[in-house]
Design a binder for this molecule. Structure first.
Ligand SMILES: NC(=O)c1ccc[n+]([C@@H]2O[C@H](COP(=O)([O-])OP(=O)(O)OC[C@H]3O[C@@H](n4cnc5c(N)ncnc54)[C@H](O)[C@@H]3O)[C@@H](O)[C@H]2O)c1
Length: 269
């Protein structure tokens, strides 16, 4: 009897962090259509107020029971999860890309482990072109992110520099620097800058501008990437995710699309 080959290598999926993004991914996995033949095996989030009809376990148990773990955590929790997942030799999808710049040990440990990591495009667009241009040699890479001022509330850079977000009445640049400093200063706000640098040229060469605009209805990210043969300009305007104004719904759906691609006969990148 002939069987149709299943292109999806992952069966048991775990989600770490059941906030705005983790919940949306869980919804897609458990919806009637599901994603390929993936099963939501268990989740890990000791702080969630919601009751889910699935085991809520420790990171250790998550790594033991699942063959792919979807990370949807605050950036500062990511190193703990990564350590446990790599030790178990399981694969992981990171959405908190800023964490990979803030703690470079994560990528060092990944390369020493048997694990494989996936980095979806998140709230950004145009990464397909960036990775293609990387093959030719990128000469410059810049991202400009604009959000309403309250989207930056709580960011370490805002607190350290005593930036009064409420007092901003017109579009104002609040940061200019490289992707390392952007990740450290805005770990929950500009993962897109980290993703761009990981896809393109090193973080210290990736230029980042951050603007607070009281008139902005959502989060806009514009990238300009140059090589000797191509210039890529891409802009995405995302409305804030109602479940977390610092996030965009597109970020969760980029995870769902990545999971779907893993099992698709026609995988599009
Ligand atoms: N790559 C991108 O483009 C992109 C876009 C948006 C957001 N993000 C990042 O994705 C991550 C998730 O975003 P979100 O909007 O879902 O955040 P969220 O705050 O809504 O959810 C985070 C969840 O993690 C849980 N959590 C906290 N500490 C934990 C721990 N020790 N163990 C297990 N769970 C824990 C919280 O209870 C919460 O439910 C954030 O780091 C965010 O910055 C990335």
């Amino acid at each position: 009897m002939s069987t149709i080959p299943n292109h999806n290598q992952y069966k048991n999926i775990g989600i770490a962090g059941l906030g705005a993004i983790g919940s949306a991914v869980m919804h897609a996995l458990t919806s009637e259509d599901g994603i390929n033949e993936m099963q939501l095996e268990c989740i890990s989030d000791p702080y969630t107020q919601n009751h889910f009809d699935v085991d809520n376990v420790s990171f250790e148990e998550l790594a033991e029971r699942c063959d792919l773990i979807i990370e949807c955590l605050p950036a500062d929790v990511v190193p703990d999860l990564a350590k446990i997942v790599f030790k178990a030799g399981k694969d992981i999808l990171f959405i908190s890309s800023a964490a990979l710049l803030i703690d470079p040990q994560i990528l060092k440990n990944l390369h020493r482990s048997e694990s494989r990591a996936y980095l979806p495009s998140g709230a950004l667009c145009g990464l397909d072109g960036v990775v293609g241009m990387r093959e030719m040699g990128i000469t410059s890479s810049t991202i400009t992110s604009t959000k309403p001022p309250k989207g930056f509330a709580g960011a370490p850079y805002v607190i350290e520099n005593d930036i009064g977000l409420d007092a901003i009445t017109e579009k104002t640049q609040i940061f200019e620097g490289d992707a390392y400093d952007a990740a450290k200063g805005f770990p929950a706000n500009v993962n897109v800058a980290a993703t761009l640098s990981l896809a393109g040229i090193p973080a210290h060469q990736t230029r980042v501008e951050i603007w607070a605009d009281p008139k902005a209805k959502g989060n806009t990210h514009e990238i300009t990437v140059k090589s000797n043969y191509s210039t890529l300009v891409s802009r995405i305007e995302n409305l804030p995710d109602p479940a977390n104004i610092k996030s965009s719904s597109l970020a969760a759906q980029s995870i769902v699309a990545t999971l779907r691609n893993m099992g698709s006969k026609l995988a599009i990148y």
